[in-house]
Design a binder for this molecule. Structure first.
Ligand code: GDP
Length: 298
């Protein structure tokens, strides 16, 4: 049913046109299909509702009912509106405010979202593509394996990691990382915070303390793009309690429909800057609103 929303919309409206004059009610009926498709693509209900309302207003404004090809016209309006919501201010996509060295990037998110992998992928991109000297530090004091994982990735991609000193808390490590970055002449210091399986007060408290101690230039939330509704809740909580400057959606190589992207943009208003497209260190791209719009539209 979801597979091809474009064809479905064109079909419904063009058939009605052949039967005589098209009414606003006919368009509204067709737009119900859009709402269903959005919900199937994991877009949250309020976001789907607002979206359909916006499309309806535009359809009325463009006098779709008088068009010879209303189906095609509505499909175009839906597509353009999807891109509009997903893109926001397109200048934010793929861009990071890292021009005053050492600039710090705080990486936050739940455990298993792909935070450590994304930290390393982004460090690789900054070092190879943007020729930045990058230092990475893991603040995950509860999971020594996570610290090890970042060190291993650092060696693999040729990016320095802060030496591990047992017994320090997250704030102390973050301060040491910034100091080391200043002394060592690094352009960027990436702080990979600890994750949890669920958002909890202790986690938020720790991340907020690190934020206050380091005044990051960017705070990027890493979210699993396959988690749909949950991703939106996580984004709302992190943005409300810590404040984020952007989002990285991981696992967009999977067969998720990208609905989380739409909800997240609509609910937080924060840009989706990058997407993760696999486990390899090169599998990170700038977010392409057109592609996700195409995926949702089918
Ligand atoms: P963390 O607990 O948030 O730090 O998560 P990790 O970085 O350890 O990632 C958890 C798992 O997800 C690892 O097996 C990663 O290789 C995998 N992973 C991370 N990003 C992506 C992605 O974009 N696509 C796919 N397919 N796997 C990913």
């Amino acid at each position: 049913m979801f597979e091809n929303l474009s064809d479905r919309l064109s079909g419904v409206l063009d058939k009605l046109t052949k039967q005589g004059a098209l009414s606003e009610a006919d368009v509204a009926t067709a737009l119900r299909e859009v709402r269903v498709a959005l919900l199937e693509a994991d877009v949250s209900l309020p976001v789907a509702r607002d979206f359909v309302k916006a499309v309806q207003t535009k359809a009325e404004g463009q006098a779709v009912t008088k068009s010879v090809t209303p189906g095609q016209q509505v499909v175009k309006i839906v597509h353009d509106e999807l891109v509009h919501v997903l893109a926001g201010d397109a200048a934010d996509i793929g861009a990071l405010k890292i021009d005053s060295p050492p600039a710090s990037i705080l990486m936050v998110g739940l455990q298993g979202s792909g935070k450590t992998t994304t930290t390393a992928k982004l460090a690789k991109r900054l070092s190879e593509r943007d020729k930045k000297r990058v230092l990475m530090a893991s603040l995950d004091t509860r999971r020594p394996a996570a610290m090890e994982q970042l060190a291993v990735l650092g060696t693999q991609i040729g990016v320095d990691t802060l030496p591990i000193v047992p017994g320090q808390d997250a704030v102390a490590i973050a301060k040491r990382a910034k100091q080391q970055a200043t002394l060592g002449g690094y352009d960027v210091v990436m702080l990979d915070t600890a994750g949890r399986l669920h958002v909890d007060d202790e986690l938020m408290g720790e991340v907020a303390a690190v934020r206050d101690a380091t005044k990051p230039h960017e705070t990027l939330l890493v979210v699993d793009g396959l988690t749909g509704q949950d991703a939106v809740n996580v984004a709302e909580q992190f943005d409300g309690q810590v404040g984020i400057s952007g989002v990285v959606l991981t696992r967009m190589d999977g067969d998720g429909r990208g609905g989380a992207a739409l909800s997240m943009r609509a609910v937080t208003g924060k840009p989706i800057k990058f997407v993760g497209l696999g486990e390899k260190m090169d599998a990170l791209e700038e977010f392409h609103p057109e592609r996700v719009a195409g995926r949702i539209l089918g």
